[in-house]
Write a protein of this length. Structure first.
Lengths: 168, 420
């Protein structure tokens, strides 16, 4: 299954993804309120995090929805909300550990990323290549390599400092 | 996993056709296509969601949307559905006696019979014109009244009662809420939260009486009701909705050896004291994340979780429940109300209230032994996300090393670092 992955080291905080998502969902506006992806700017921590639904394998929102309004799209594997069934009880918002479900204050229903039926607009408009639409496995592979590299660097660094110690 | 002999099918029987029972059936079928699943329910018609009933009363949700499973679901998942009432249980013979049909044999049994609304012992508080707001039948009774009648008294101010009251108000009825305790929603909000909520209720044009004892309910000739209140003028209303809590549906196990208190006691595998008998949902008292051994929440999410654990264990998967964490959320009286965990002022030893403008509303974090154990919200939808992010932290009892006002960004960054 493919999901939208995020590389915070590449995000420049331009919020193009938000605009693209908002327009895709509203058809009329690029206003942030319509967007299902959010780039959070943590100024003090000097961190940018673009966040959207991870379409969890064990989606707690899906299991807990008392209206049976949340299901998994057969084609894309996306966790989707049927707005005709949604009662607007907000249980899913309370269930999501990442804060990735929004509430539509106009229609009084929950909304979220649906992977644009397999063509996520946010990814297409990301200028920093921070967002990618890729297979979960290849992403995990990449993430693992990244961790491996970090460990390798740390070991190398340690070895170097030991050499310095020995030279003394 | 269950080991099958040639041609043998294990009979898994679930009593109850709602959150816990259906969640168990779903979990069983996820791993096991072979076992026979039978669901027995005494409620007529398709499985429905109790959570949605007040939304139908309010006309926010269409009546047909309350049904969460259609007939085809049972066929597609090879689930036999029996509409009947279980009257007795023989755990030695593994036999279920039902009201109308033949006795049903089981190899493993899940009791997920839910709960029923209780009526406080007030003189005259019974018969037609007095309603609850707990089942589909209650909804069917109330819907026409909401169209015809002009005034209603709600006795009790719990989560469901206040939703019913709000629905009545939205439909143009004159609404009076009578609460015996000194504050509204004592099981959902802390003291200050109750005050904030009470203001929203009164501002929305409802009459609210707290610390109010109803002494007698008198049926009048014109079929209206006169409520005699202690130290106050009587109140005359067209009908009454009673929301005084719920009790587990356990009458049929009275003569079995299953151990129960107010609900059936289960361990972290949803097992009762009797082998091959499990219980889940409102009918069961199981472990909480705070270390309580037996607690009943009568909440939809808890029932779903317990059902999942029970279902997995019924087919031999060794699944242990982390424990339940109570959570409530809805939008009413123009605000979003939500709470989670422990927030009772008596049970916590510290708290933090966010400045009103940070999340645009009343939001309080509750601490015990410097760990976050609960939270309350009366504000906007956006702040519910904070509660969602706090859930895993409360569940795992994680320590948070940051100023409380920055907790959300702290969690976001942590979650991201753990993932990437």
């Amino acid at each position: 299954m493919k999901i939208i992955t995020m590389d915070t080291t590449k995000c420049v905080g331009c919020r193009n993804c938000e605009l693209a998502c908002a327009y895709m969902n509203s058809n009329t506006s690029c206003e942030r309120t319509y967007s299902k992806i959010r780039v959070n700017h943590y100024i003090d921590e000097q961190t940018l995090i673009p966040l959207t639904c991870l379409h969890c394998e064990e989606a707690w929102c899906l299991n807990v929805c008392p209206a049976a309004a949340i299901s998994r799209d057969e084609n894309t594997g996306a966790v989707i909300i049927d707005s005709d069934k949604c009662a607007g009880c907000k249980m899913c918002i309370l269930a999501c550990p990442y804060g990735n479900i929004q509430f539509d204050e106009k229609d009084l229903v929950s909304t979220k990323c649906n992977l644009c039926e397999g063509n996520p607009r946010c990814v297409g408009h990301c200028v920093g290549a921070a967002l990618n639409y890729e297979d979960v496995e290849s992403f995990n592979e990449r993430a693992r390599k990244k961790v491996d590299r970090k460990i390798m660097d740390a070991i190398k660094h340690q070895c170097k400092s030991m050499e310095v110690e020995n030279d003394k | 996993m269950i080991k099958y002999k040639e041609g043998e099918k294990v009979r898994l029987v679930i009593i109850g056709n709602s959150a816990a029972g259906l969640s168990a059936a779903k979990t069983i079928r996820k791993y096991d296509q072979k076992s026979e699943i039978t669901i027995i329910s005494k409620e007529e018609g398709l499985a429905y969601s109790r959570v949605l009933l007040p939304y139908v009363l309010r006309e926010k949700v269409d009546y047909n949307n309350i049904f969460i499973k259609d007939k085809a679901y049972y066929e597609e998942n090879a689930i036999t559905y029996i509409e009947d009432e279980v009257v007795a249980l023989d755990t030695l013979e593994k036999l279920i006696t039902v009201n109308k049909g033949q006795a049903i044999r089981y190899d493993k049994l899940l009791i997920a019979t839910g709960s029923h609304a209780v009526t406080p012992p007030i003189e005259g508080l019974n018969g037609s014109g007095i309603y609850h707001m707990w089942t589909k039948n209650d909804l069917d009774d109330l819907l026409p009244l909401f169209n015809q009648k002009k005034s209603v008294a709600i006795i009790g101010s719990g989560f469901v009662s206040l939703q019913a009251a709000w629905a009545a108000k939205c439909r143009g009825l004159e609404v009076s809420i009578i609460e015996i305790a000194d504050r509204v929603m004592p099981n959902v909000l802390d003291k200050k939260g109750s005050e904030v909520m009470a203001n929203h209720i009164v501002d929305s044009g409802l009459s609210l009486y707290t610390s109010m004892i109803t002494e007698k309910v008198e049926r009048q000739e014109d079929s209206s009701f006169k409520l005699h209140l202690k130290n106050r003028q009587p109140l005359v209303v067209d009908f009454v909705i009673v929301g005084a809590g719920v009790k587990s549906n356990i009458s049929f196990i009275q003569n079995s050896n299953i151990v129960y208190d107010r609900a059936i006691l289960v361990n972290e595998k949803m097992e009762t004291n009797i082998k091959d008998v499990y219980a889940a949902g409102d009918v069961a008292a199981g472990p909480t994340v705070f270390g309580d051994k037996h607690m009943t929440h009568a909440l939809w999410p808890t029932a779903v979780e317990m059902g999942e654990i029970a279902g997995a264990n019924m087919i031999g998967k060794q699944r242990r429940y982390q424990g339940s964490l109570n959570m409530n959320v809805t939008q009413m009286y123009g605000v979003t109300v939500a709470s989670m965990g422990i927030f009772d002022d008596e049970q916590i030893d510290g708290s933090y209230e966010f400045p009103m403008d940070q999340y645009k509303g009343y939001i309080k974090l509750c601490y015990k032994n410097s760990l976050i154990v609960g939270a309350c919200i009366i504000g906007e939808s956006e702040s519910v996300k904070l509660l969602g992010k706090l859930r895993p932290i409360i569940k795992k009892g994680l320590r948070i090393d940051c100023d409380p006002e920055k907790i959300e960004s702290y969690i976001d960054i942590q979650a991201f670092q753990n993932r990437y």
